[in-house]
Design a binder for this molecule. Structure first.
Ligand SMILES: Cc1ncc(COP(=O)(O)O)c(C=O)c1O
Length: 417
């Protein structure tokens, strides 16, 4: 219970996992057995034949393009609303990103727009299960099959979500996930690829195994940040510390959390060495092992909270709530509503103790990094302009949810005047 002061997010990292990280950082064991054990566990959780741990999801995507022999002269269809690093890696690989629009309220790739974006050069599509919501995979797979296009699922925000009973990541040719501190499960940085394709798995495994291991600095920094976030978002601490910092920051137009977790949006001529030479360590795998034991409970709490918000925010004047493709079983990584007066709504909510964010996803179809790939995606543009992420993390209880719903109702009423 947060006593009416609700943080936008709270890490899934627990004190038990902090202890494991401390132990593994103090006396580092051999990496390979721990990493292989986590990969095996993860593959079995997803239901895929192979799982290979990678330093980041963006490098995973880059490796998958290479593994599938997709390169200069080829095109890949990517939803307009996504994380900039994915189209950025396509550009690094010499591949043209072709942006296709999303569903306005589902926030995920619109199958009809995917089909419209296909040309004879299209080699792959990236259905991005954004905000924890699975894409309409039957439609996407049917179109991909008709045109002979590879399907690379982006599961960075949806580990554990299902589509028609099958976990995402097991619905296309290959998939990638990421486990940063703000994700639904964390390995203190690090990511994963899953695939049922032996050749793709062998290619990726070889690239990863011949890179150099990550140094401990990153995992140590992430563990310290995780502990700091755990403490700072604790119900007995948050209302008097971080919440006050956010409120004060708001008065001078600053957002300390956004600034801490944001990153410079840049393009690379080649994959930076720091991306390539970060073979995951035993400490990341050990934390991941513990997280996978808890993933059903963590996601289950998100689903409970998300469904409550679906139900109770459905008829608030001026507010648009999310929708889900038929057959999607979302894990509510984010609960994204839209409002035409976005800034006013966020300020009115903060006044009522509810901290929100507009997140890090961009309309890449109209972004300064990709001027030569600009393509009209009106829904992605509208979401970018109007989205507000309402807290949905597992640490919220019934009282927090009731408070939030009341806060959203009264904030919407106030700004409608
Ligand atoms: C949808 C999506 N795809 C890809 C990524 C990139 O992940 P990474 O930072 O591990 O490269 C992110 C990161 O948050 C993401 O949200």
């Amino acid at each position: 219970m947060y006593f009416g002061r609700i943080p936008r997010f709270s890490p899934s990292f627990s004190p038990a996992e902090a202890m494991i990280a401390a132990r593994f950082l103090a006396v580092p064991p051999e990496d390979q057995p721990a990493v292989r054990a986590f990969e095996k566990e993860f593959a079995s959780y997803i239901g895929a034949k192979h799982a290979i741990m990678t330093p980041s999801a963006r490098y995973a995507f880059y490796l998958l393009l290479r593994a599938m022999d997709i390169g200069p002269g080829d095109e890949v269809v990517i939803p307009g609303l996504t994380y900039f690093a994915i189209p950025s890696m396509a550009v690094t690989a010499g591949v043209r990103p072709v942006f296709a629009d999303i569903g306005l309220t589902s926030h995920v790739l619109d199958p009809a727009e995917f089909e419209r974006a296909i040309t004879p050069k299209t080699k792959a599509v990236v259905p991005t299960h954004l905000y924890g919501t699975p894409c309409d995979m039957d439609a996407i797979n049917a179109i991909a099959k008709k045109h002979g296009i590879k399907v690379i699922e982006d599961c960075a925000q949806s580990t554990g979500a299902k589509y028609k009973g099958t976990r995402v990541g097991n619905l296309g040719d290959a998939a990638y996930y990421t486990f940063g501190l703000t994700k639904n499960i964390t390995t203190l940085s690090g990511a994963m690829i899953t695939t049922n394709d032996d050749a793709v798995a062998n290619f990726v495994r070889n690239e990863i195994d011949t890179s150099t291991p990550a140094d401990f600095k990153k995992a140590r920094k992430e563990a310290i940040t995780g502990v700091a976030m755990m403490v700072a978002t604790h119900p007995l601490v948050y209302p008097f510390t971080l919440h006050q910092a956010i409120r004060l920051g708001g008065l001078v137009g600053k957002d300390p959390i956004h600034d801490r977790f944001g990153e410079a949006e840049v393009l690379y001529d080649e994959v930076p060495k720091s991306f390539r030479s970060n073979r995951p360590r035993a400490v990341q795998a050990a934390v991941g092992m513990k997280q996978i034991e808890r993933i059903e409970a963590l996601n289950g709490a998100r689903v409970r909270n998300g469904r409550y918000l679906d139900q109770h925010l459905a008829n608030v004047p001026g507010l648009t709530v999310p929708s889900y493709p038929e057959g999607a079983e979302p894990i509510y990584m984010s609960f994204v509503v839209h409002h035409q007066k976005r800034s006013q709504l966020m300020r009115a909510l903060l006044k009522r103790g509810v901290d929100t964010t507009y997140g890090y996803m961009n309309d890449c179809s109209d972004h300064k990094l990709f001027p030569q790939f600009r393509r009209l995606c009106p829904n992605a543009a509208a979401v970018k302009r109007e989205q507000v992420h309402i807290p949905v993390h597992p640490n919220l209880d019934g009282k927090d949810l009731t408070h939030m719903v009341e806060a959203v109702r009264s904030a919407c009423l106030e700004i409608s005047r």
